[in-house]
Write a protein that binds this ligand. Structure first.
Ligand code: NAD
Length: 429
């Protein structure tokens, strides 16, 4: 099928590359000239496992084309995905300006029937907004359909998630439009939910907010564990083995970050307000998350007797492992507070150091984890990269001025860390 994808970020690029690898003719469009240039050379502007190889392959096979023209893409496709960003606006409500700008441009360019698929995460009612925006450009309603098809991929496993989704959600007014999308996805094995536009849009916010709530719940319990001497690792395992609860998203840590949870939880609070419902439960989910890192920082500050002049080493900077994304990463909060308190901060991350160095040039970035802690007064685990799991902790301990390990992700067991000679502090005791 002939497909266009507008916006080549984490979602758009992966969607475009995977769909072209599955045999469709895809045009990926972006309005960022640097991204377009890089992509035309086969270089993904983001890190995602397997993406570069797949991009090179589909460019070589000419099943993927990269362009800066929405007009050209619209005129040469049957299905157009909108995958631009929807960051929070000043009041926390999702900013739809990029989605609307793209819909306008599509509307101005339509010459034959197209299905416009909103894959960006957008508030309830956005399908109507996109529909009206296209109609305002003078396009007759029989020349286009608007469909909601929220995306659930996870950065770090985006290609695998796109190929093996838990479910495909399609919200449409006309069955014919939904069927066309089903045909596009027919090679993927997945449960399908066919529903209306509003429900499809809400499924995305409900899913992300529920996952964020699970993490905030276990983090709130971790605070209680610290006070009462219980072990959050055991508590979480004991709870998670109950099939009704499940073990995923039940790992205590520094809290959730990234480009989705923070904005989608805030987004759902705002959407609810619009419809007259005060979603207090979610407000508390945000509060627990916001205070989780600052609470851990207070424990570190107390143990070190203040940050001034202390050399503090950070293991990991990305908001989670296997990605270079630092949007709303907890590392940024930590660095901000440590630097403000007068600490000398040194950091290592396998993928994300370049991005953070643009925001915090005063931090010292090292290129291997074993030199990270040289002369440090404290080592903080910020991101649970796999390469940190099997380190020679005794060797790292030897290189430090004070062997104190603050484990923000509960990556190590207390016994292993203490055996290596560390004084060990973890989220949740
Ligand atoms: P992103 O910021 O990485 O990418 C957005 C892209 O759109 C950028 O390359 C930008 O240059 C481009 N763009 C913006 N305006 C444009 C325009 N007018 N014309 C053409 N291109 C334009 O965003 P993302 O992380 O890929 O997220 C996209 C959407 O998908 C968001 O709504 C997000 O909430 C949702 N989502 C993201 C994830 C994720 O893990 N990142 C997962 C599921 C859903």
């Amino acid at each position: 099928m002939k497909v266009a994808v507008i916006g080549t970020g984490y979602v758009g690029l992966v969607t475009g590359v995977v769909l072209s690898d599955l045999g469709n003719n895809v045009i990926c469009v972006d309005n960022n000239p640097e991204k377009v240039k890089l992509l035309q050379q086969g270089k993904p502007p983001i890190f995602e496992a397997g993406l570069e190889e797949m991009l090179t392959r589909v460019l070589r096979h000419q099943s993927l084309q990269i362009s800066d023209s929405i007009r050209w893409a619209t005129q040469n496709s049957e299905i157009i995905f909108i995958t631009v960003g929807t960051p929070p606006g000043p009041d926390g409500a999702p900013d739809l300006s990029a989605v609307i700008a793209v819909a306008e441009e599509i509307g101005k360019s339509i010459q034959h029937h197209v299905i416009v698929v909103n894959k960006s995460t957008v508030p309830v009612g956005s399908g109507d907004i996109v529909e009206k925006t296209i109609a305002r450009q003078g396009v007759s309603s029989d020349l286009f359909d608007v469909v909601s098809n929220p995306e659930f991929l996870r950065e770090g496993s985006a290609i695998q998630d796109t190929l093996n989704p838990d479910r495909i959600v399609i919200g449409a007014r006309r069955r014919g439009a939904a069927d066309k999308l089903l045909e596009l996805y027919s090679t993927l094995e997945s449960e399908v939910i066919l529903t209306d536009l509003n429900s499809a849009e809400l499924i995305k916010y409900g899913s992300n907010s529920f996952l964020a709530m699970k993490i905030s719940f276990i983090n709130a319990l971790s605070r209680l564990c610290e006070e009462c001497g219980a072990n959050i690792g055991d508590v979480s395992r004991g709870m998670g083995l109950d099939k009704r609860i499940g073990r995923q998203f039940l790992h205590a840590g520094l809290g959730w970050g990234g480009s989705c949870f923070p904005k989608d939880v805030l987004g759902l609070i705002k959407i609810s307000e619009t419809f007259g419902y005060d979603f207090n439960l979610l407000k508390e989910v945000v509060t627990v998350n916001d205070t989780q890192t600052t609470h851990f920082l207070s424990r570190i500050e107390k143990r070190l007797g203040g940050f001034a002049g202390k050399r503090v080493a950070l293991m990991g900077l990305a908001f989670k492992p296997d990605t270079d994304d630092i949007r709303d990463a907890k590392s940024l909060v930590l660095i901000d507070r440590l630097v403000a308190g007068g600490a000398i901060v040194v950091a290592y991350d396998p993928m994300a150091a370049d991005h953070v160095s643009r925001l915090f040039p005063q931090v010292e970035y090292v290129s291997d984890v074993y030199s990270l802690a040289n002369g440090a007064d404290a080592l903080i685990v910020v991101t649970e990269w796999n390469e940190f799991r099997q380190l020679d902790l005794a060797r790292i301990k030897e290189s430090m001025a004070q062997p104190i390990l603050f484990d923000g992700r509960r990556l190590y067991s207390r016994s292993v860390a203490e055996q290596a000679g560390f004084e060990y502090f973890a989220v949740g005791g």
